[in-house]
Design a protein around this ligand. Structure first.
Ligand code: UT7
Length: 326
């Protein structure tokens, strides 16, 4: 029986920093409000010439280098994103071309902030079934292009970045032990971009009405996120017969400090066992977990044999968790 093990991680954050104080000059907000309600202090913004595949390429090269692998040694590329380079083709195909390889399958997954967990789940299934042996999974977002800089309820939350992992098959009882994904489409309107797809064609009207930007009912999303994530983490550990105190690190999607604290509190674990970097990068949607995972690896917060729990919640609504033995 095969399992999928993360053999390396990588990340890329654009250079430009946008602080809460910068935002005070753009919309009616304050550093204090943003910090207290979200935990965010600053976020990164991609350069005008940088698209999702460029961020993905930098994160992928970082992960491949650490794994000591060349791109041609990969079997599959999966990219999780809601802010891909174009509607057509997939960002995964553009990334494949930038990695200077061809032939292997490459596709995108759209599950908003849960995208990375969805992508891990698909990669895990391919490895367990023996179909592929080595898979590159990337979360990349340039949300700043879909951010309404006149809407203070969303523009203070989002940021750009990318994270990547290389998964390899193993016969040991190590790696991804359990990954679960979920959705409830009845809540799709809570977090969406109305125009630009086949529902609402791009027109002068859609541009005028600012319909190409992310719309979120934050407070409703918040309440469902807390309720759902609390149950998700407890069930994931219980189903795998792991006690919260056996967990070395919780790596949550970085949306809101209060949501993360509520989840940790429900598990009865201290915030010291939680990976938090949203103060630096804001909510980078599908990129947030691989970026946080890479930072955890780089700062030696994970060692072999540790139990790590990844969890995410986002537009769709979607949610999911991955329990890993490192
Ligand atoms: O990524 C995965 C999915 N997304 C999430 O998980 C995000 C979930 N939601 C949240 O994180 C929070 O709901 C927010 C941070 C977005 C908002 O926090 P909240 O505590 O739910 O605030 P609220 O939306 O209830 O707004 C409270 C007040 C409102 O004013 P009134 O109506 O009380 O006068 C807002 O207009 O705060 C006001 N407000 C702001 N004030 C200053 C909203 N945005 C801002 C702002 N600066 N940027």
């Amino acid at each position: 029986m095969y399992r999928a093990r993360i053999i390396s991680t990588g990340s890329y954050l654009p250079e430009k920093i946008l602080t809460n104080f910068d935002l005070e000059k753009i919309v009616e907000t304050s550093d204090e409000w943003i910090r207290e309600r979200t935990g965010i202090r600053e976020r990164r913004i991609a350069a005008p010439e940088e698209a999702a595949s460029d961020l993905a390429l930098a994160a992928s090269r970082d992960a491949l280098k650490k794994a000591g692998l060349r791109p041609k040694e990969l079997d599959l590329i999966i990219v999780a994103t809601v802010s891909g380079d174009m509607l057509l083709p997939s960002t995964a195909c553009i990334l494949q071309n930038k990695l200077k390889i061809k032939g292997i399958p490459a596709f995108d997954i759209n599950a908003a902030c849960s995208g990375f967990i969805y992508a891990l789940s698909v990669a895990d299934s391919f490895i367990r079934s023996g179909t592929y042996s080595r898979i590159l999974v990337v979360g990349t977002e340039v949300l700043s292009r879909f951010t309404d800089w006149q809407d203070r309820t969303t523009c203070v939350l989002l940021g750009d970045g990318a994270g990547a992992v290389v998964l390899e098959k193993t016969r040991k009882k190590q790696g991804i032990l359990d990954v679960k994904i979920h959705a409830d489409g009845s809540y799709w309107e809570l977090l969406h971009i109305p125009a630009g797809g086949s529902r609402l064609q791009t027109s002068e009207k859609t541009l005028r009405e600012r319909q190409h930007f992310i719309k979120m009912k934050g407070n409703e999303t918040f309440k469902i996120a807390v309720r759902t994530l609390e149950k998700l983490v407890v069930d994931t550990l219980k189903n795998n017969k792991i006690k919260p105190e056996e967990l070395s690190l919780l790596i949550p999607h970085q949306a809101n400090h209060r949501i993360i604290a509520a989840t940790a509190n429900r598990l009865g674990i201290s915030l010291e066992k939680v990976m938090l970097n949203l103060q630096k990068y804001g909510n980078t949607s599908a990129a947030s977990i691989p970026i946080a995972l890479d930072e955890a690896v780089k700062t030696n917060r994970i060692k072999e044999g540790d139990y790590i729990l990844l969890e995410a919640f986002g537009g769709g609504l979607t949610w999911g968790s991955a329990l890993i033995k490192w």
